[in-house]
Design a protein around this ligand. Structure first.
Ligand code: NI
Length: 270
């Protein structure tokens, strides 16, 4: 089954035509996980999951928002308790070393302080996931020079005893990819696979065991070819499947079937 394991129909980018976008998801017969980045967007993801039986929600405070609001454990736990089977993951959470300077503008004293804060909030998400036996949706991004985000994510997951989840929109190297998979994590691939020229992602897609791969759009961002530069939406995840199929020497239908089953199992989609 075609599943977009990570998108944001809960974001403002869809405010004018959300029902049309949702209609196209229904028409494609697909399932969609809408991922929260703060409390308001997490709430909205739950609303969408209640209104649409092919949609599910993930709850979290994105690392770039840790200076915009506090991690509200009580509110997130309430959303989980009141919406069993609709809330399927905790995230997105993780470490983002690309946007550290933005947090400095929001009042953080130093880069080290921002990193410490991101890690603290990340650990709170991991505990929430463990307490509720939910998988994590992990965001990672290296800085232009600082390439340590993924190793810090790995160490944090390991130290905190995290058990399951996805490193979404995977952007680390292959050595790090192998460590995440050995830890039991899945890797998520976006439209970037359709235009990445570095060869790194291709090598990782070729290597990854099929039972650990997920496909996603991260819509409204990261539109695949041939939609680059336009707003992304869940139905375009098929283009990610096509490219993954080409790299792995599988048929598109096989990739849709396998990655769909992986998502159903990891997120326990009902
Ligand atoms: Ni995202």
């Amino acid at each position: 089954m075609l599943i977009d394991s990570h998108c944001h129909l809960n974001f403002k980018a869809y405010k004018d035509d959300l029902s049309e976008v949702i209609g196209r998801c229904h028409q494609a017969g697909m399932k969609v996980i809408n991922v929260g980045a703060a409390l308001v967007s997490s709430d909205k993801a739950v609303e969408l999951a209640i209104a649409n039986d092919n949609m599910y929600a993930a709850l979290g405070l994105h690392p770039i928002h840790v200076y915009d609001e506090k991690f509200n454990l009580v509110a997130f736990q309430d959303l989980i308790d009141n919406n069993k089977d609709r809330v399927v993951a905790i995230g997105e959470t993780g470490l983002d070393y690309f946007h550290l300077w933005q947090c400095l503008e929001k009042g953080a004293g130093s880069i080290e302080e921002v990193k410490k804060k991101q890690k603290e909030v990340f650990v709170s998400h991991i505990k929430l996931a463990l307490d509720n036996d939910l998988p994590l949706i992990v965001h990672g991004r290296n800085g232009k020079e600082d390439k340590t985000a993924y190793q810090d994510i790995y160490n944090t997951l390991k130290e905190a005893g995290a058990k399951k989840g996805v490193i979404h929109c995977y952007g680390g190297d292959i050595a790090e990819a192998k460590k995440f998979v050995a830890l039991g994590f899945h890797l998520g691939f976006t439209g970037i696979v359709t235009f990445d020229k570095t060869g790194v992602l291709e090598e990782i897609v070729k290597w990854i065991p099929t039972d650990k791969m997920l496909i996603e759009t991260d819509a409204p961002y990261l539109s695949p070819e041939p939609y680059r530069g336009k707003r992304n939406e869940p139905i375009y995840v098929r283009h990610v499947a096509e490219k993954v199929a080409e790299i792995k020497g599988l048929s598109v239908e096989e990739v849709i079937e396998i990655s769909g089953n992986n998502a159903i199992e990891l997120f326990n989609l009902k």
